[in-house]
Design a binder for this molecule. Structure first.
Ligand SMILES: NC(=O)c1ccc[n+]([C@@H]2O[C@H](COP(=O)([O-])OP(=O)(O)OC[C@H]3O[C@@H](n4cnc5c(N)ncnc54)[C@H](O)[C@@H]3O)[C@@H](O)[C@H]2O)c1
Ligand SMILES: [Zn+2]
Length: 675
């Protein structure tokens, strides 16, 4: 502390004053609340050691700031104070100790404990039971008149219920926006392409500052009471804070259901544990707990500092939202080959843990949020949810930020990256080669319906992969008994069994082999159809999109996946390795399909609009299976394949009792037949 000079102090005061102006007046904070709280704490600390340096214009001596408003200014009958902060259990103990000392009290103090709602303070004035004015806190002495907007809050009575209320009653509470309303509002903004609100507090502030009360009415604000201002002299307050609040409740005023009376440091800490646990599931955001000495006769004795009551304290929760620098955006390749952009952050504490990475979900999300590398970003971590980048702080965007571009090649294996049609997902196409996809590729390759290698379980695959003994499926065929026997929980006998299984898997079918490659969207049935259509692996590899579309059950997306998969040199390398290892199969018989076909020599009529295939493709496929495709339904018709909105032909078929198939049923039948 000795190195602190008055020059430092003045700089700090100047800085905090600027930050206050940006936050309270312009509604545009320059730093995060957590960062602000830290600067403010430093100021308090210095002034504690040098009380002689405290000046009336110090931020510690003033509440908020005067708003620049379109609304009328209102001088509060009783000033609206802020709260002192406690950041630890220790701070709370100090608070209780100070209270006890001042009151010269013995034993435990009783406190009212309640959630610190993250919104804005409002004073609501009732005269003769009638709501006549609602004002913001402003600088604590003068606020702005927002009566028109407060009147739109359904839970706030325009006239007090019951009777017995004082002629003049000012109640104070927090206006806030629930998480649900906030999320709805923001998704509407996003769909309209407008900039969403940073958080519910900001949204509530923005809503209260609307001139048109219809907007506030639509946005559904909420309010809970937590105190009072001026009250007629002839009315006697109850003895305790909680009884006063309960009394207001009987007049129809909304109060926080989570408020509780607790005793001493132990009680305060139990309430803290309870509420922090509950925080994520609460319908509105809270940023801490407010503890107030419950006995009202003590409040006058304890009094106020320049800024806050001495009978209350706000125990802040760890911030769920902080600001930090986005150092880079890196790509993570998942086990299915999906590429996820991950934010690399300057390490920062958020929600109680230090975070240096956060998900950015996908490219669309980065564009929508307009996050750029080098930006100051808002990072959020609520409850156990993984940390997320909410968006950039545009006020602090440096000139040299960089736009993120999705790489064209997989950072793990160098294979081509493709964007999946109609999805926001980018995927690595090097399925057989990519180390990120290794485990999944191998598990699939050895599975029963693929190469059917018995004894190669997940644990073993994991070990072989991790040790880089088996990087790609072709490495399996180079395994030796000794290598396998050295793995965990393996003996030479079981190792030999696995080697035998690998050996016998070499004799397979083309369909199994194609399925084993793990081409996206190519399941067992599609693999069979490909095998029986093209008859050789070469033909499948060389087929273009048009040719692939001729195959039963192959549509645009599947065809694209197949073409891209075989285009990857790395995949080709692995396939070559597999064939060199001795994998072989008998040539599938094309004829067999036609002979076996239920459609061989049958008369088929297509009607309605087909979803998966064009009319021409469907006709070709039926003919390939030996069917005769005709245009009109008669007694000679064997099958009618009815697409959507099928009309008279379908009716006729039904009248004649002809078998009708839906498009899906037909495609399924083709798949089964080709096996
Ligand atoms: N980022 C910035 O640049 C910047 C600048 C200034 C202030 N701030 C933030 O604002 C805070 C200070 O604001 P403040 O002066 O309004 O204090 P505060 O919000 O920390 O606490 C006082 C307020 O708490 C609210 N409150 C909620 N629940 C309550 C309850 N149950 N009982 C009583 N009051 C309750 C009231 O509105 C009251 O005015 C700072 O700690 C910081 O987080 C940030
Ligand atoms: Zn890859």
């Amino acid at each position: 502390m000795s190195t602190i000079t008055q020059v430092h102090l003045n700089e700090l005061k100047q800085r905090i004053a600027e930050l206050n102006y940006a936050y309270y007046v312009l509604d545009n904070p320059l730093i995060s609340d957590a960062q602000y709280d830290e600067l403010y704490r430093q100021l308090v600390e210095i002034e504690k050691h040098h009380p002689e340096w405290i000046t009336p214009d110090s931020p510690t001596q003033r509440v908020g700031d005067k708003p620049l408003s379109h609304f009328e200014s209102v001088t509060h009958a009783v000033p609206m104070f802020s709260l002192d902060n406690a950041f630890s259990q220790e701070d709370l103990m100090d608070f209780q100790r100070r209270v006890k000392e001042r009151l010269n009290a013995q034993g435990e103090i009783e406190f009212s404990a309640e959630p610190k709602m993250d919104g804005l303070a409002i004073n609501i004035r009732y005269e003769k039971g009638q709501l006549i004015q609602a004002t913001t806190r402003g600088d604590g002495l003068v606020g702005e008149d927002v009566t028109h907007n407060i009147r739109t809050i359904h839970s706030v009575p325009l006239h007090l219920l019951g009777d017995g209320w004082p002629e003049i009653l000012e109640v104070r509470g927090e206006v806030f926006m629930s998480k649900k309303v906030f999320n709805q509002l923001n998704s509407e903004y996003i769909t309209r392409g407008e900039k969403p609100f940073a958080n519910p507090r900001n949204a509530a502030a923005g809503t209260l500052r609307q001139l048109d009360p219809k907007i506030a009415a639509q946005r559904k604000l909420s309010l809970y009471l937590y105190g009072w201002g001026q009250i007629s002299d002839d009315w006697q307050l109850p003895d305790t804070y909680d009884a006063a609040i309960a009394c207001f409740k009987t007049w129809g005023l909304p109060t926080n259901p989570d408020a509780q009376v607790v005793k001493g440091a132990q009680g305060m800490s139990e309430y803290y544990e309870m509420l922090i646990e509950k925080r994520a599931s609460m319908p509105y955001e809270i940023d801490g707990i407010v503890y107030k000495v419950n006995a009202l006769n003590t409040h006058q004795r304890l009094g106020f500092t320049a800024k806050a009551p001495r009978w209350a304290i706000a125990r802040k929760f760890p911030a769920e939202e902080v600001w930090t620098r986005l150092l880079d955006i890196e790509i993570q390749v998942g086990r299915t080959g999906a590429l996820t952009p991950v934010a690399r952050l300057e390490p920062v504490a958020v929600g109680g843990v230090v975070v240096s990475n956060a998900t950015l979900h996908n490219q669309d999300e980065i564009e929508r949020k307009d996050v750029r590398i080098g930006d100051m970003v808002i990072v959020r971590r609520a409850g156990d949810v993984i940390p997320e980048v909410v968006g950039p702080v545009l006020a602090q965007r440096p000139a040299d930020v960089r736009q993120f571009v999705m790489p064209h090649f997989c950072p793990e294996c160098g294979s081509e990256v493709v964007k999946e049609t109609d999805k926001a997902v980018y995927r690595c196409t090097g399925g057989l080669y990519c180390p990120a996809q290794r485990k999944r590729a191998l598990q699939h390759f050895v599975s029963r319906k693929a190469m059917d290698i018995v004894g190669l379980g997940d644990k073993l695959i994991e070990q072989l992969g991790a040790l880089e003994i088996v990087k790609h499926p072709d490495d399996l065929y180079r395994l030796e008994v000794e290598t396998l026997a050295a793995m965990e929980r393996m003996a030479s006998k079981s190792a030999q069994k696995v080697i035998d299984a690998i050996e016998s898997s070499k004799q397979t079918t083309l369909a199994r082999f194609v399925f084993a490659l793990g081409i996206p969207e190519v399941g067992e049935v599609t693999a069979k159809n490909l095998a029986h259509h093209f008859l050789s692996l070469d033909a499948i590899q060389q087929a273009d999109k048009e040719q692939l579309l001729e195959v039963a059950d192959v549509g645009e997306i599947v065809a694209e996946h197949i073409v891209t998969f075989f285009q990857q040199p790395h995949n080709q390398e692995v396939i070559k390795g597999l064939l060199e290892a001795g994998i072989h199969w008998p040539t599938p018989e094309q004829k067999a399909v036609v002979e076996d076909s239920v459609f061989a020599n049958k008369v088929v009529v297509l009607t309605g609009s087909l979803q998966q295939l064009s009319r021409t493709d469907a006709k070709q496929k039926l003919e390939a299976m030996g069917a005769k495709v005709t245009g009109s339904v008669s007694a000679k018709t064997d099958y009618v394949i009815a697409g959507e909105k099928a009309g008279s032909k379908l009716t006729k078929a039904e009248q004649l009792g002809i078998s009708v198939l839906t498009e899906a049923e037909w495609i399924e039948m083709m798949g089964e037949m080709n096996g």
